[in-house]
Design a protein around this ligand. Sequence first.
Ligand code: SIN
Length: 321
Amino acid sequence: MQVFEAKKIGKIVVLGTGGTIAGTAASASDHTGYTAGQLGVQHLLDAVPGLNDTLQGATLVGEQVAQLDSKDMDHATWQTLAQRCIHWLAQPDVGGLVITHGTDTLEETAWFLQQVLHSTKPVVLTCAMRPATALAPDGPQNLLDAMAVVLDPMARDVLVVCAGRIHSARDVEKIHPYRLDAFNSGEAGPRGWIEQGRVRWADPGSWPVVHVHARQALALPPADWPWVAVLHSHAGADARQVHALVAAGVKGLVVAGTGNGTVHQDLLNALAQAQAQGVALRLTTRCEEGQIVGQAAALQTAPLGLNVYKARISLMLDLMK
Ligand code: SIN
């Protein structure tokens, strides 16, 4: 899994069509008794904190194409929307489009646009399950995530962004009437994720070679391969296991940390001592899904979000110098 730097683009156009993302309710605690499609697209953009940091110099143009509850989406609106997409995508300085849309028929609009646009530039539909007036609305984060996807060099086609996940127009379906993560891509799974403003694609195309010495493993007798062991951080983790492994001659340790790569303090102290004695360390997470986001601990994070067992192999190959 690979993270790419954002590309430099001149302009992102945001086309508003209504939906809950632009909805308002009389009370902040009301997530169901609201009216969809009340606020204009500029209002939605103004409500996103940190938008300029994400845009990295790209300018935003907002255009209100429709103002609908998407249960009432119709073919005439699709036609207008597609024509506005074609108009904007033809401009050389436009890097991609974001479309704000209701969740109820979002998957249908996404597929219609995928069929008619034939664009290599990304067109990212996004939405919200809570109205803009909610105590904790999800629309601003979804909009921010949609921008990050448009800016990603690997983004193309019509995509849907909701609750930190990227779906293809082909596979996306609304599967839940209430929860924030209301979309799924069935067996195909999501195309990727947006984490802390960065895109991680499920299929980056090809895996980079990270072990320049890997071929040595074919010539070196297995008994001479560097000893790399696996450790897990957990409640009551005991530093003596680190001391014992170092005393026995371990060359590398891969630690499966808790959550986003946190490590029990007792283990961390012992690992720092091991590192000072020349033992190579790598950090992974015990969590089965996702990978460490950002730099969570003093230890070097294992590459490519590998699990602890694959990270052990990678470190062992790295140490074959
Ligand atoms: C709509 O689809 O416009 C209303 C429901 C929603 O956006 O969640």
